[in-house]
Design a protein around this ligand. Structure first.
Ligand code: PMP
Length: 376
């Protein structure tokens, strides 16, 4: 129906007089819980920033999305050449490659167009109107949105000192979301806490390991030990494929089976699948780029007072309001995240992604004036 059709008189089937239907009438069909949702923001528009601050677009340092500045393995470009665009995608070789990478059989693995899609699909298995999902904050924003999309209620609980998670889960919780390393704070969830949480709840525990390749430890083995733990992963970060949208989860077989029943069959494009297979094969390349990022992360951390981080980003407490600091950096063509967008983070924290050494130097110069790179 045309967007302005609501202004035209029309006859409904059981009426003889024309009624004027407006957008307001049609909008009554919207799900009521939509009113409580805060949509995610994609961040500033580069063209706009470039115009406003007279900075060439290629000079703008995007340090707000935790992307990998080095991009994927060169073998990805080769793999893309052979993809037949007239055929529907076949995800089996990708699942096979994930099975090799994770050490889990294919029966335990599900994939989606980014981990975001995996999360949104997974919550539909477990959450409905009135259900409760526990979300220790600050953390990744999508969990609350995904729960809200099913009409469920996100229960935000502030993390303890050093951003640790309270291991007791209230009885009525159906799902709990734990990010490790946590976005935006960068700390890991200990294996002990993860086990205590899985054992203290009848709900499903989602462990988000989007940044795990940058960390010292992972919790993937817990999927073997618990029937209520799912581990989410992505190729957006360490593998440098954020634009191609590849996410997956390692789940107990009973959950993976249910997931496949409702997941869209062809949501990952053939190009993305081929790229994913090639990237997963070249682990050496991935480890090299992760090594460079970790080196830069630690270098930056010594220069500024950031919290220890196991991700490809740093979490920094600011004296001034973080939105002011972020705005000042933006004027210099450096985009970072003011964490006021994360529930529970307050108004005085920034998250900055680790970029190339040159981008990081620019950030350090702008954030901590007076700092100069040592002459090599
Ligand atoms: N989990 C966390 C913690 C993230 O930060 C992100 C993306 N920033 C995702 C999941 C989603 O990743 P993807 O790009 O695979 O959708």
């Amino acid at each position: 129906m045309r967007i302005d059709a609501g202004r035209e008189p029309k006859y409904l089937p059981d009426q003889t007089a024309p009624v004027i239907m407006t957008r307001k009438d049609y909008s009554k069909n919207l799900m009521p819980f939509l009113a409580d949702l805060e949509p995610d923001e994609a961040g500033p528009d580069l063209m706009d920033v470039s115009r406003r601050y007279e900075i060439p677009q290629e000079r703008i340092a995007v340090l707000s999305l935790n992307e990998n500045p080095y991009g994927p393995s060169p073998s990805v470009w080769e793999a893309l050449k052979d993809v037949p665009p007239n055929r529907y995608p076949d995800s089996r070789p990708f699942l096979e490659a994930l099975s090799n990478y994770t050490g889990y059989p294919k029966e335990n693995i599900v994939a989606g167009a980014g981990m975001d899609e995996v999360i949104i699909t997974l919550v539909r298995l477990f959450l409905g109107p009135g259900d409760k999902a526990l979300i220790p904050v600050p953390t990744y924003n999508l969990y609350g949105l995904a729960a809200g999309l099913c009409g469920a209620r996100p229960c935000y609980r502030q993390r303890r000192p050093r951003f640790e998670v309270e291991p007791k889960v209230p009885d009525e919780i159906k799902m709990i979301f734990l990010c490790t390393p946590n976005n935006p704070t960068g700390n890991l969830l200990s294996e002990e806490s993860a086990r205590a949480i899985a054992e203290s709840t009848k709900g499903i525990v989602f462990l988000d390991e989007a940044y795990v390749e940058f960390a010292k430890k992972d919790l993937l083995k817990l999927v073997r030990d618990y029937d209520n733990i799912v581990v989410g992963r992505t190729l957006s970060k360490a593998f440098g494929l954020a634009g191609l949208r590849l996410g997956y989860a390692v789940a107990p077989e009973w959950i993976a089976e249910q997931y496949r029943r409702i997941a869209p069959l062809f949501s990952i494009s053939s190009l993305s699948l081929a790229a994913g297979v090639a990237a997963l094969k070249d682990k050496e390349y991935m480890k090299e780029s992760v090594g460079k990022i970790i080196g830069e992360r630690e270098r930056m951390r010594k220069m500024i007072e950031a919290f220890p981080s196991e991700g490809n980003f740093l979490y920094i407490q600011t004296v001034e309001r973080s939105s002011l600091v972020a705005e000042r950096l933006l004027c210099q063509g450096i985009i970072v995240n003011s964490c006021s967008i994360f529930p529970g983070a307050g108004d005085h924290c920034l998250r900055v992604s680790v970029g190339t050494p040159e981008q990081n130097d620019r950030f350090l110069d702008a954030y901590a004036p007076g700092w100069r790179a040592p002459k090599s």
